[in-house]
Design a protein around this ligand. Structure first.
Ligand code: PRT
Ligand code: ZN
Length: 304
C-alpha cells in the first residue's frame, strides 16, 4: 500500500460512494475543487496527487461508521443515511458525534410515505394499525412516534415499492426523486418524512492543524463551486435613465459595475454576476426596459 494511505497523521481521508447515485457527483465536485487523483489497483482508494487528501470508495451505508469511528476524517453521503444512523445509535443509547459541514447541491430526494392509489388517506392517522415497509426503520419509527401512531414497521433490504402488491405491507416509506417509481407501482406519495441531499460530514475528533487547514481550504472551494453552478456573468448596454429598472431585473446580483460608454454620455455598460440562472424571460424583460447588447457568460470560478 502506498505511503500516502498509511500517512494518517498528515493526509486527509475522505469516504465517498463507490458505485451509485452519488459517485459521479462526488468525484465531479472534488475535481472542480481542484483535486487530481489516481485510483489504486483495487479501485478502493483514490490517491490525491496535488492535495494531501485520499479517497476511500465504499458503500454509502458504511460511510457514517467510517467517519464516526475516525477511520476517515470526512465523508460524502446522503443526509437520509446520516439521519438514519443518528437515530439508530440513539436507540442503542449512543450519541453520534459526527458533524455536518456542508449541505451539497446534489443527491436531492425525499423520504416519503406512499400508499396504494386507491387507498384512503386523511393524514398520518391513516397508518394506525397498518404495516409500513421501509429500508429506513429508525426514521420511519421516529415519524410514527412523533405523530403518536401505532403501526408495524416492516424492515426490508430493498424493493420496498413492491411490498404492497405482494401483500407484505399496506403502505411504504421510501426515497423518492422524480416519483416515477411510485407511479409505476400504482402508489401515491402522501407525506414527506425527510428532505435529503448529499452532505459532507467530519469526524468528531479534533484534527491536527495542518489537516484542519486543508479541510478549511476544501470547504472554501466547495462553497465557490456551489456558488458558481447557477451563477452567470451578464453584460449589457443601457440608457442611464433605465438603470433603476434594470437593476431590479438582474436576478440575485448585488452591486453591478457601471461603466461609462465612450462618446455616449447617456449610455452605460452594466456588468453583473447573477447568482441565479438567467432565463430568456429575464433577458426579454431587460430588453423591454431599455437594455441592448446583452451577453450572458458562465462563471468558471468564484472566491468571495
Ligand atoms: O451500493 P450502495 O449501498 O452504495 O448504494 P445504494 O443502492 O444504497 O444507494 P443509491 O446509489 O441508490 O443512492 C445513494 C443515495 O442517493 C441515497 O442514499 C440518497 O441520498 C440519494 N438518492 C437521491 C436516492 C434517490 N435520489 C432515489 N431516487 N436514492 C435512491 N433513490 C431510489 C429510491 O429508493 C427508489 O427506489 O430511486 C427510486 C425512486 O426514484 P424516482 O426517481 O422514481 O422517484
Ligand atoms: Zn446503500
Amino acid at each position: 500500500m502506498s505511503a500516502s494511505v498509511i500517512d494518517k497523521a498528515t493526509r486527509l481521508k475522505l469516504a465517498i460512494q463507490k458505485s451509485g447515485r452519488l459517485t459521479d457527483h462526488s468525484t465531479d465536485l472534488l475535481m472542480r475543487c481542484g483535486l487530481k487523483f489516481s485510483r489504486g489497483k483495487d479501485q478502493l482508494v483514490g490517491f490525491g496527487e496535488n492535495m494531501p487528501l485520499d479517497l476511500l470508495f465504499v458503500r454509502d451505508d458504511d460511510i457514517p461508521d467510517l467517519v464516526e469511528e475516525d477511520v476517515c476524517d470526512l465523508g460524502l453521503v446522503g443526509l437520509n443515511v446520516i439521519e438514519e444512523k443518528r437515530l439508530e445509535m440513539a436507540a442503542r443509547g449512543h450519541a453520534t458525534r459526527f458533524e455536518v459541514l456542508r449541505s451539497l447541491d446534489f443527491g436531492r430526494c425525499r423520504l416519503s410515505i406512499a400508499v396504494p392509489d386507491d387507498a384512503a388517506w386523511t393524514g398520518p392517522e391513516s397508518l394506525r394499525g397498518k404495516r409500513v415497509a421501509t429500508t429506513y426503520p429508525f426514521l420511519l419509527g421516529n415519524y410514527l412516534r412523533t405523530h403518536g401512531i401505532d403501526a408495524e414497521v416492516v424492515t426490508l433490504s430493498g424493493a420496498v415499492e413492491i411490498a404492497p402488491r405482494l401483500g407484505r405491507a399496506d403502505a411504504i416509506c421510501d426515497l423518492v426523486s422524480t416519483g416515477s417509481t411510485l407511479i409505476a407501482n400504482r402508489l401515491r406519495e402522501v407525506e414527506t418524512v425527510l428532505q435529503s441531499n448529499a452532505v459532507l460530514v467530519r469526524t468528531p475528533l479534533e484534527l491536527p492543524a495542518d489537516k484542519m487547514a486543508w479541510v478549511e481550504r476544501l470547504l472554501m472551494r466547495i462553497d465557490g463551486v456551489q456558488q458558481v453552478r447557477e451563477s452567470k456573468y451578464i453584460m449589457l448596454h443601457a440608457p442611464r435613465s433605465a438603470l433603476p429598472a434594470i437593476r431590479k431585473l438582474l436576478p440575485g446580483s448585488e452591486s453591478p459595475t457601471i461603466i461609462p460608454l465612450e462618446g455616449n454620455p447617456d449610455k452605460v455598460a452594466v456588468h453583473a454576476v447573477c447568482r441565479e440562472n438567467v432565463f430568456w424571460e429575464t433577458l426579454e424583460s431587460l430588453k423591454a426596459a431599455g437594455a441592448s447588447a446583452l451577453l450572458v457568460l458562465p462563471v468558471e470560478k468564484m472566491l468571495a
